[in-house]
Design a protein around this ligand. Structure first.
Ligand SMILES: Nc1ncnc2c1ncn2[C@@H]1O[C@H](COP(=O)(O)OP(=O)(O)OP(=O)(O)O)[C@@H](O)[C@H]1O
Ligand SMILES: [Mg+2]
Length: 296
């Protein structure tokens, strides 16, 4: 389990992480979400021991990373895809990383196959595309066969096929009982991947826990409805205990009612519903949550 306890990191006057406390469930995929500059990379670096906390602690199974005898077996990370020497062959970069981690170098080929780079194992990495670099960095992160995989914005530069492939790989890690922590601001892409979320804005944790609970808290389901008589429908919705969030011409956004309740209300009032869409998205929940933060 990864745990932040009252974790603070200052860089001079900048507070990158401010009194953060949360825990990441083992065997789940957790999305670490936040806008640019929110403190995501700093937080991941704190867990990996690459920056030291100003106060508080970042613990992996109860201890800071440097107290684990074989850290690369505990955690594998992709923080930066420029981590290899451009004139080195892909296979040698992976072997080098394995050697540094003190694990057998014989798995290098298998690892490159696993990330879809088997065919280019002998090529120098200088001309690798962004997506190929992401894959190579992932192979390097896996050299110690780690229990926990930490990825900082790994979808950057991946095409849709690459993203689908990565998600599939991460789901397989989870199914093997591994813990995955993935940071991103590509919210829509995390939506069908993560079990849990930790949301950070301006260094502060604004929510953590199950992704569904987060969405419910910040964005209860809304219904967008198109009707022939919006005014009387709005009145009937309010009477039934619902809320009209917005009306634009024939379209209304409603919350507090299910679509079935709304259909019944319309039927009883003799109003025709021309269209109805249920809206529930991580993206909306996230912008709602960060907007609330800014208001504070
Ligand atoms: N080594 C450093 N020295 C000084 N300031 C830093 C350092 N690292 C991060 N910061 C500052 O800390 C804050 C958080 O940065 P961080 O990189 O953790 O955010 P992020 O959420 O990863 O952003 P992004 O989405 O852009 O990657 C920013 O204001 C940044 O400028
Ligand atoms: Mg970052």
């Amino acid at each position: 389990m990864l745990e932040a306890e009252s974790l603070t990191k200052r860089f001079g006057a900048v507070v990158a992480v401010s009194d953060a406390s949360f825990a990441i469930r083992p065997g789940a995929i957790t999305g670490f979400l936040g806008p640019n500059g929110a403190g995501k990379s700093t937080m991941l670096r704190l867990f990996l021991g690459l920056v030291h906390p100003t106060s508080g602690s970042a613990l992996i199974d109860g201890r800071p990373i440097h107290e684990w005898p074989a850290p690369s077996r505990k955690v594998g990370a992709v923080l930066d895809t420029q981590c290899v020497h451009p004139s080195r062959r892909a296979i040698d970069s992976v072997r080098w990383a394995a050697w540094l981690a003190g694990v057998p170098t014989s798995q290098a080929e298998t690892l490159l196959d696993r990330v879809g780079l088997g065919a280019v194992a002998g090529q120098r990495t200088g001309k690798f595309s962004v997506g190929m670099r992401q894959r190579l960095a992932l192979a390097i992160a896996l050299v110690g066969d780690p229990e926990i995989v930490v990825l900082d914005e790994p979808m950057n530069g991946l095409d849709p096929e690459g993203i689908a492939w990565l998600k599939d790989l991460l789901r397989r890690f989870r199914d093997q009982g591994r813990t995955v922590l993935i940071s991103s601001h590509l919210l829509a892409e995390l939506e069908d991947l993560v079990d849990d979320l930790v949301v950070i804005a301006r260094g502060e944790i604004i929510g953590s826990g199950s992704a569904t609970a987060f969405i419910d808290r910040f964005q209860p389901q809304t219904i967008s409805v198109l009707s022939d008589k919006p005014q009387p429908l709005g009145a009937a919705v309010i009477e039934a205990g619902g809320e009209v969030i917005e009306t634009q011409g024939q379209r209304m956004e409603i919350s507090g009612l299910t679509s079935i309740q709304l259909g019944e209300i319309a039927r009883d009032a003799g109003i025709v519903l021309l269209g109805l869409t249920e809206e529930r998205s991580l993206k909306k929940a996230f912008s709602e949550a960060t907007a609330k933060m800014t208001d504070l």
